[in-house]
Design a protein around this ligand. Structure first.
Ligand SMILES: [Zn+2]
Ligand SMILES: [Zn+2]
Length: 270
């Protein structure tokens, strides 16, 4: 009997810490599942510290998210915030992970190499190559930086499709939700852009996730940009349902990238 109780106690202790947390008052109006989902979202994208056992931390992070998306600040789960939480999006957090570094990371060489290391079965490889080149050109048209594709060896920016766990401690989650993620400029994983192979990728000719749009967004991270709160910007964190056929960088994106690298015309004057 004692052994059974001990086993039971041990099993209870192994439950994920989120289940052991006291529910904040606002959760009384919301289903437990929705609250757990919101907690997971805030952990991933607003760096909610799951070690902190107080409800305030959850509320503060919810307020931080409401502020980012220009919603009225309530600190409570409400239909507007849960609607945003359900949208497909980029896996990079909306708040800076390493605020210790005052200097934003960027490439210091004027020629940055890239390599496409793996593909999606949804598009011909040549189409993926074209779209990646197009996405990079959208950025390089605005700044004194150029990209050179390499087919072997280590590139500054390595681009690939992967499903589930793929070796960087940021596993993908199957179709929907997180579509892709990328790392800021730096050695190793730095600059690399990963796309969830479980999404249905398209070049715009049929239904699916528009690869040019998402690639342009992720390569913005590869160049050192973080998320923009401007819904018109390609660096906005969620994936919209707009018309991507005539998509181009928004003024907000151009200002951001030129703040890091300067304007293209500066190079010509040198
Ligand atoms: Zn992103
Ligand atoms: Zn990854």
């Amino acid at each position: 009997m004692v052994a059974m109780l001990l086993t039971l106690l041990w099993a209870v202790c192994l439950l994920p810490s989120c289940l052991a947390l006291p529910l904040p008052p606002e959760a009384r109006d919301t289903s437990d599942l929705q609250w757990a989902k919101a907690q997971d979202y805030l952990k991933r994208f607003y760096l909610l510290d799951s070690e902190r056992k107080d409800a305030n931390s959850f509320k503060d992070k919810l307020k931080e998210m409401e502020k980012f998306f220009h919603l009225p600040i309530t600190g409570k789960l409400n239909p507007r915030i849960t609607a945003i939480m359900q949208k497909p999006r980029c896996g990079v957090p909306d708040v800076a992970e390493y605020s210790l570094f005052a200097e934003k990371p960027k490439w210091t060489s004027t020629v940055v190499t890239y390599r496409i290391v793996s593909y999606t079965p949804d598009l011909p490889q040549s189409r993926v190559d074209e779209i990646v080149a197009k996405a990079l050109s959208l950025w390089s048209e605005e700044i004194p930086l150029s990209f050179r594709r390499i087919r072997f060896g280590t590139a500054d920016i390595e681009i690939g499709f992967a499903r589930g766990a793929h070796g960087d401690f940021h596993p993908f989650d199957g179709p929907g939700n997180v579509l892709a993620h990328a790392f800021p400029p730096g050695p190793g994983l730095g600059g690399d852009a990963h796309f969830d192979k479980d999404e249905l990728w398209t070049d715009g000719s049929r239904l699916g996730i528009n690869f040019l749009y998402v690639a342009t967004h992720e390569l913005g991270h590869s160049l050192g940009l973080s998320h923009s709160a401007n819904p018109d910007a390609v660096m906005y964190p969620t994936y919209g349902n707009g018309d991507f056929r005539s998509f181009r960088l928004a003024w907000d994106d151009i200002e951001g990238i030129q703040e890091l690298y300067g304007k293209k015309s500066n190079e010509r004057k040198r």
